[in-house]
Design a protein around this ligand. Structure first.
Ligand code: C2E
Ligand code: MG
Ligand code: MG
Ligand code: MG
Length: 276
């Protein structure tokens, strides 16, 4: 929007756009300091088998405790971290912290389950990502099979690069999960080629699952495809018993969602899911 304004001619942005940009620039500046000020922390959401209510995994989800704004959600700040390149250092911090925490839980006698960590597309372009992750595993003492990396369809489709990296990670014994499955543009031929261990059915198919027969059909199809490709399947965003029941009817037993628990701080997760 071009507006006449100011003393000396034209102002090329509306006030709203201007303040949006200012807002972003401020967040960006704060984000640069956030790592060194220890403002990031992880929440942990359980993944449960609905047949026996056993804990089968946990997803680490990052939070930013901003000094004045309170907690900022990842959907707000991760895109900024990606644009500014902060994502590399940040992503490494998340990986290390998640592995460290899982090892600590294992040493305390519980939780021999994988921890899922979200990877940003840009981390894929980090030189030697595979070696770097290996060094984190060595440093923290976590066995590779207890780390599950969540990638998205667009990352998988990024040709040769993903091919190589995913193969390398998988050969190390690290597990790979395809997050938000069904919302991206994946070609089924990639699914066949790449060493993916798990499909994670996106919440958008779960939300109206109880009323929408199309969602039901999609869920049933994903479950069946995963089975035939010898992959695990998990559904995310389950909030209600009715959704859980439909998933059970369709042989999807691995569940992540508010129905079992919201993502929790480490100590609360421990009390609710790891103490016996
Ligand atoms: P995601 O990986 O698909 O994570 C699932 C999101 O759904 C989480 O939001 C979780 O809190 C939310 N969720 C889980 N169960 C339910 C439910 O039953 N109902 C509803 N309404 N929501 C549910 P969150 O924590 O805000 O994270 C949003 C996204 O930010 C994540 O989506 C992921 O793409 C990204 N993200 C989070 N942590 C990290 C990280 O450490 N690194 C990177 N690169 N991305 C991250
Ligand atoms: Mg995820
Ligand atoms: Mg997801
Ligand atoms: Mg996601």
């Amino acid at each position: 929007e071009v507006k006449k304004g100011g003393k000396n001619g034209f102002q090329f942005y509306s006030h709203e756009l201007n303040s949006q940009m200012e807002e972003k620039i401020k967040l960006e500046a704060d984000l640069r300091k956030a790592l060194s000020f220890n403002e990031f922390f992880l929440h942990y959401q359980p993944q449960v088998c609905s047949e026996n209510n056993r804990l089968i995994g946990v997803e680490a989800l990052v939070r930013w405790q901003h000094p004045t704004r309170g907690i900022v959600a990842p959907n707000i700040f991760i895109p900024i971290a990606e644009e500014t390149g902060i994502i590399y250092e940040f992503g490494n911090w998340v990986l290390r912290e998640a592995c460290r925490q899982m090892k600590e839980w294992q040493m305390a006698g519980g939780a021999f389950i994988p921890i899922s960590v979200n990877l940003s597309a840009q981390q894929f372009y980090q030189a030697n990502l595979g070696q770097y992750i290996l060094s984190i595993l060595e440093e923290t003492g976590l066995e590779p099979k207890y780390l599950k990396l969540e990638i998205t369809e667009s990352m998988m489709m990024d040709s040769n690069l993903s091919n190589q990296i995913l193969k390398e990670l998988s050969e190390f014994g690290i597990q790979l999960s395809l997050d938000d499955f069904g919302t991206g543009y994946s070609s089924l031929s990639y699914l066949k080629m790449l060493p993916i261990n798990q499909l994670k059915i996106d919440r958008s198919f779960i939300k109206d699952l109880t009323n929408n027969p199309n969602d039901k059909a999609i869920v049933a199809t994903i479950v069946s495809m995963a089975k035939h490709l010898q992959m695990d399947v998990i559904a995310e965003g389950i909030e209600e018993k009715e959704q859980l029941d439909i998933l059970k009817e369709n042989n999807c037993f691995n569940i992540q969602g508010y129905y079992y628990s919201k993502p929790l701080p480490a100590n609360e997760f421990e009390i609710a899911f790891l103490s016996t």
